[in-house]
Write a protein that binds this ligand. Structure first.
Ligand SMILES: Cc1cc2nc3c(=O)[nH]c(=O)nc-3n(C[C@H](O)[C@H](O)[C@H](O)COP(=O)(O)O)c2cc1C
Ligand SMILES: Cc1ncc(COP(=O)(O)O)c(CN)c1O
Length: 210
């Protein structure tokens, strides 16, 4: 009996030029990362640009993904929120150290719809929902005590009530234009595959020099 070839096996086999769906390949790599990373396999660094074109980058968590793209949730009045609303394009990278693999995406950014933002917000720990309401993310803060006072006041005010999702807290979805899979190789002779969409919307892949 022969073991079934994974998408990664097929990717690495230059003789196999049949199409590979990059979203399916991502699922395979993400599952491997979830099984082997010590923490936060869904951590990604997301790069944006400010009004001067100066790049900005920070970690966020990939908390939703499907064939439409890759979404994270945040405060829309934060630096990244303002940057993305002004320039709705981004790039992100995930680095899975335990696998020595890298996953990169570039593309346009859209705002997730209100129902998706509500569902995700209310799936979070209540304390995290309150924190997101209390934190004026990326704005100067006089002291930790001031933040904790806001958290306590909000906690008291809400009692047992549901925490309303703040109007300025939602998700951004990066809709991929380019997707790259990178796998470490000996002596820096890595394997790289860039997926781009053709005019018909089909994903094509090319191997790149490391
Ligand atoms: C592993 C990790 C995951 C994070 N995930 C998020 C996230 O999903 N959303 C978020 O708003 N901030 C997240 N943060 C905090 C951000 O890195 C950042 O400090 C914050 O969002 C403010 O960024 P900005 O000022 O560039 O907008 C995370 C930080 C780390 C280290
Ligand atoms: C400020 C902030 N917002 C959102 C998140 C996303 O994680 P979660 O939705 O699981 O709270 C994080 C994770 N570190 C965070 O630091």
């Amino acid at each position: 009996m022969t073991a079934e070839r994974t998408l990664t096996d097929r990717l690495l086999d230059d003789a196999d030029q049949a199409p590979i769906d990059p979203f399916d390949l991502f699922e395979e790599w993400f599952a491997a990362a979830r099984a082997s990373e010590p923490n936060d396999p869904h951590a990604m660094a997301i790069a944006t640009v400010d009004a001067d074109g100066l790049p900005d980058v920070r970690m966020v968590l990939l908390n939703a993904h499907d064939r439409r793209g890759f979404a994270f949730f945040t405060n829309f009045e934060s630096a990244k929120g303002r940057e993305l609303l002004a320039h709705p394009k981004a790039a992100f990278v995930m680095h899975w150290k335990s696998l020595r693999r890298q996953f990169r995406v570039r593309g346009a950014v859209e705002v997730v719809d209100a129902a998706e933002a509500d569902a995700y917000f209310h799936s979070r720990a209540r304390g995290s929902q309150i924190a997101s309401s209390a934190s004026e993310q990326s704005r100067p803060l006089k002291s930790r005590a001031e933040l904790m006072e806001r958290v306590d006041a909000l906690t008291k005010k809400l009692g047992e009530d549901e925490v309303p999702r703040p109007a300025h807290w939602s998700g951004f979805r990066i809709v991929p234009r380019e997707i790259e899979f990178w796998k470490d190789g000996e002596f820096r002779l890595h394997d790289r595959f860039l997926f781009t969409q053709d005019a018909a919307g089909d994903w094509r892949r090319r191997r790149l020099n490391p």
